[in-house]
Design a protein around this ligand. Sequence first.
Ligand code: DC
Length: 208
Amino acid sequence: MIIALDGPAASGKGTLARRLAAKYRLPHLDTGLLYRATAHALLEAGDRLEDEARAVAAARGLGLTDFDEGKLRGRVMGEAASVVAAIPAVRAALLDAQRSFASRPGGAVLDGRDIGTVICPKADVKIFVVASSETRANRRALELAGQGEKVDYAAVLEDIKTRDTRDSSRSAAPLLKAVDAVSLDTTALDVEGAFAAAVAIVESRRAI
Ligand code: DC
């Protein structure tokens, strides 16, 4: 079974993907990490995020498991990832690795922005996770504070809105609900409530 979760920044899709992977004993790929790691490699090398040739080389050089999440999770890298993710050639360079992860025997859980639309258009279950921007900013601010980052709520909200606009308006694989995806609005749900709702969606799709 392939489960595809897409949604905007801090919608809760990452937590849901991890929990669903554990429940159904499937491998999980957080595809945002691929774009974050690509951006990180460019910044480390002193290259511009818009340098297509360097960005493609960085994307091609990635493994799927060797992520130093501590370096990739922060606010700056999220924003930088959104910039490199808008380059079509970078997306193309990361396509095969994501598809081969998804085609593992038994299936997989992938979360990102274009899993249900581009990476796994035939996924068995597609969930489009949304939440209000204020709720997402609150969650992201709490998460960053937990990681020891100094947090300015207004700046986090601004970041989220900027990323939403860039991720949704780019021409290459924009954030979009697949026609056959089920929407899950987590605004009024806690982690357990959102997980229960996601499991209900998986079970209802499996029953078809
Ligand atoms: O999910 P995240 O916040 O870690 O993603 C970081 C950025 O990477 C996000 O702003 C857009 C980009 N991204 C993408 O374009 N496609 C994906 N499948 C996953 C992430």
